[in-house]
Write a protein that binds this ligand. Structure first.
Ligand SMILES: C[S@@+](CC[C@H](N)C(=O)[O-])C[C@H]1O[C@@H](n2cnc3c(N)ncnc32)[C@H](O)[C@@H]1O
Length: 357
C-alpha cells in the first residue's frame, strides 16, 4: 500500500496541474540506476528527496513525466524541498555546531552508503538522514579503517537494513561486493577508470593484487587479456562473480594464489612469452617489483602504487622501480607519476607508470 503522501498523477501527469510536484515510482533495488537514468534524461528533481512509496518501491522526484520506463508517475503534494544533508540534519534538530561536525562527503555504492563519521554526534540520526537523502540506499556503514595483508575493512552499521552486500556501477563497470568483508576505495575511482583507458585491445596484462577486480574489470572490458591474481578468498569470490557480472569470462584468467608464485610460472618458458603490462595496486608493491619485472617484455609498462610521505613524492617510488630494473640490467622510462588520493596526514597514495626496457 503506497504511503499516504502520494496522489495518482493524471495520465498526462503534467506538473502544475494542481496536486503538487511529480515523482516516478521504481523498484527499490533499481533505485540508483533509475536515478541515473532520470538524471541523464534531465527530469530528475534533486531538490526533493527520494521517498519510500511502499515496501518494495520508492518515489523519485521528477520535474516531468519520464520517457524511460518507470512503474508509475504520482504526485507528491506538499513535499518539502530538503536540498542536502544539512537540511535533513536541521530537520532533525541538529544545531549549526553539530552540523559542522557532520561529514562533508560520503560514497553511495549501490544500496550501501559508506561514510567516515569520526567526531560526528548521533551517528544513527546521521545515517537516517543519509538514507533519506539517497532513497535508493538501504544501509549506512561507518568506515573504521582497512588493515592486514588482505586489506580487510573494519566497518560499523549505523543505520538501515544492515545489508552490507551491494552492486556498485562505475563508468559502466559493475562491482559486486560485501563491504563488511572486502575493501572498496571510493578515492580510487579516477584511477580505476584510467586503467580502462590506458590498455589497448589484445594487450596481455597481469594484475598482481586484483582484489574484487578494481582494475582488472575496466581493463578486461576495454579488451585486454588479464591474468588477475588475488590471495584473499573473500575478495577472490567477488572477483569471480564480477567477471561473470561484467561478461568478461573470456578475457580474465583468475588465480587465487600468492602473485609471486603465478609470476614465477609466467616468467618461465615455455609457459609464457611474457606480458605487456603489470599492475601493482598495493601499497607494499615495491616489495614485489622483482617478481613483477620477470614476465614483463622489453618495452612493457608497470604501474606501481605506493603510500608515500609527502617529502618523498615521487622520488622514492621512482627510485625503487629504477633499482629493481637495474638488478635485471634493464632501464626505466617514467611515463607518468600521479597522486591518486590522500592516504593519511602527510602521506599520499601515488602511482608511477614506467616503461621498462
Ligand atoms: C589494496 S588491495 C587492492 C586495492 C585496489 N588496487 C584498489 O584500487 O582499490 C590489495 C589486494 O591485494 C591482495 N594481496 C596482497 N598481497 C598479495 C599477494 N602476495 N598475492 C596476491 N594478492 C595479494 C590483498 O588480499 C588485497 O585484496
Amino acid at each position: 500500500m503506497p504511503t499516504d503522501e502520494f496522489g495518482e498523477a493524471s495520465e498526462a501527469g503534467e506538473a502544475g496541474e494542481g496536486g503538487g510536484p511529480l515523482a516516478a515510482v521504481v523498484a527499490k533495488q533499481e533505485g540508483d540506476a533509475a536515478i541515473e537514468r532520470l538524471r541523464a534524461e534531465g527530469v530528475y528533481d534533486a531538490t526533493r528527496t527520494v521517498r519510500e512509496f511502499d515496501a518494495d518501491t520508492i518515489a523519485v522526484p521528477v520535474t516531468d513525466p519520464p520517457g524511460t520506463d518507470v512503474l508509475r508517475v504520482v504526485r507528491q503534494p506538499g513535499a518539502r524541498r530538503l536540498r542536502g544533508l544539512e537540511d535533513h540534519l536541521r530537520e532533525r534538530g541538529w544545531t549549526d555546531r553539530e552540523i559542522d561536525r557532520a561529514p562533508a562527503s560520503w560514497a553511495v555504492l549501490g544500496t550501501v552508503i559508506l561514510v567516515d563519521i569520526d567526531g560526528a554526534p548521533r551517528p544513527g540520526e546521521l545515517g537516517e538522514a543519509l538514507l533519506d537523502l539517497h532513497g535508493g540506499a538501504d544501509t549506512v556503514l561507518a568506515r573504521r579503517g582497512i588493515a592486514g595483508p588482505h586489506r580487510e575493512p573494519a566497518v560499523e552499521v549505523v543505520a538501515g537494513a544492515g545489508d552490507t552486500e551491494t552492486v556498485h556501477t562505475e563508468h559502466g563497470t559493475r562491482y559486486a561486493m560485501d563491504l563488511a568483508t572486502v575493501m572498496f576505495s571510493p578515492g580510487n575511482k579516477a584511477e580505476r577508470a584510467r586503467m580502462g583507458e590506458v590498455v589497448a585491445a589484445g594487450e596481455r596484462v597481469i594484475d598482481m593484487f586484483a582484489g574484487i577486480g578494481y582494475f582488472t574489470l575496466p581493463m578486461a572490458r576495454a579488451g585486454a587479456d588479464v591474468t588477475a591474481i588475488e590471495r584473499n578468498p573473500a575478495a577472490f569470490r567477488y572477483l569471480l562473480e564480477n567477471v561473470r557480472l561484467n561478461d568478461v569470462e573470456s578475457a580474465v584468467h583468475p588465480y587465487r594464489a600468492d602473485c609471486r608464485d603465478v609470476l614465477r610460472a609466467a616468467a618461465t618458458p615455455p609457459q609464457s612469452d611474457g606480458v605487456d603490462r603489470v599492475v601493482m595496486g598495493y601499497y607494499d608493491a615495491h616489495e614485489y617489483l622483482d617478481s613483477a619485472l620477470g614476465p614483463l617484455v622489453p618495452g612493457g609498462v608497470v604501474h606501481v602504487h605506493e603510500a608515500t610521505p609527502e617529502p618523498l613524492v615521487f622520488e622514492r617510488p621512482v627510485e625503487r622501480v629504477r633499482a629493481a630494473a637495474a638488478e635485471r640490467d634493464r632501464t626505466v622510462e617514467v611515463l607518468d607519476a600521479r597522486r591518486v588520493k590522500t592516504h593519511s596526514e602527510g602521506v599520499v597514495h601515488v602511482v608511477v607508470d614506467a616503461r621498462v626496457d
